[in-house]
Design a protein around this ligand. Structure first.
Ligand code: MG
Length: 266
């Protein structure tokens, strides 16, 4: 495969919700021993890196802040690149606010905002929707979505993703986000590639979802590897490939099987 850098999805690859996938953790250790650079990339729109790093510690995996890109942080970075320090109204939770503030953006009253940043909010209410609606109606305001996730596969079943808000705003205004940061957008993948500092040809993205991770790899022009430890399995693989219209370059049972293949130089 000739891989020197891996962009790793988190949910469905290293863990399922709060539970680590033990074989994947072992696989990750092998990958690190091989000297392959890694960066974890997550579409999560409610957590900060600090919160995620605590979770990794609980998994027994030692991950540094520079080896983790969450869509919340990637959004803050992208807005800083576009516009410098920016006045933002966000629908999001504290984790997203924390990352926006970390990059010197200002969280302001919606009347003073230049950017509308849409991230999931488990406490979304009529007032937040009203403010977001008014901003979406204002074409001067730049509308950024942290990720395009319609539904999130929680442990006890599907729950609404950021799509709850993006969908409602679209239905009310006909407007879609000007920018989407999370996978399958290449914005977050490009940030990960930059972080790895390895030739694009020697980087692969690893994930469990064809429409999210594999599509992100295609959009960014890098290799893609599907693992069957999450949303995609032997039963639904063909159907999903057909639906999405893209196929991964490689398929493995889980991160451990990928690590074994990499260590045998396949
Ligand atoms: Mg996943």
């Amino acid at each position: 495969m000739n891989i020197e850098g891996l962009i790793l999805d988190i949910d469905g690859v290293i863990s399922r919700g709060r539970k680590p996938i033990e074989r994947a953790i072992e696989g990750y250790r092998i990958i690190k021993e091989l000297g392959i650079k890694t960066v974890f990339v997550s579409n999560n729109s409610t957590r900060s890196r600090r919160i995620m790093l605590e979770r990794f510690k609980h998994f027994g995996v030692d991950v540094g802040e520079d080896e983790l890109i969450i869509a919340t942080h990637a959004t803050a970075v992208h807005i800083a690149k576009e516009n410098g320090s920016t006045k933002i109204y966000t629908t999001g939770e504290d984790g997203l606010k924390e990352e926006l503030l970390n990059l010197d953006h200002e969280i302001v009253d919606y009347r003073n905002a230049d950017y509308l940043v849409v991230g999931s909010n488990r406490g979304i209410n009529f007032e937040i929707f009203t403010k977001a609606l008014r901003l979406a109606l204002d074409r001067e305001v730049r509308y950024v979505a942290v990720n395009p996730d319609r539904v999130f596969p929680a442990e006890d079943g599907p729950i609404p993703g950021t799509g709850l808000i993006i969908g409602a705003l679209y239905w009310m205004t006909g407007r879609e986000p000007d920018v989407i940061v999370g996978k399958p957008s290449k914005i977050i993948v490009d940030q990960a590639i930059e972080r790895l500092n390895v030739d694009r040809e020697r980087i692969a993205i690893v994930g469990d979802q064809i429409d999210v991770d594999i599509m992100a790899g295609k959009n960014a022009g890098i290799k893609s590897i599907l693992v069957m430890s999450g949303v995609t399995n032997q039963e639904n693989y063909q159907e999903k490939v057909r639906q999405v219209g893209v196929a991964p370059d490689f398929v493995f049972e889980d991160l451990y099987e990928l690590a074994v293949a990499l260590s045998s130089g396949k």
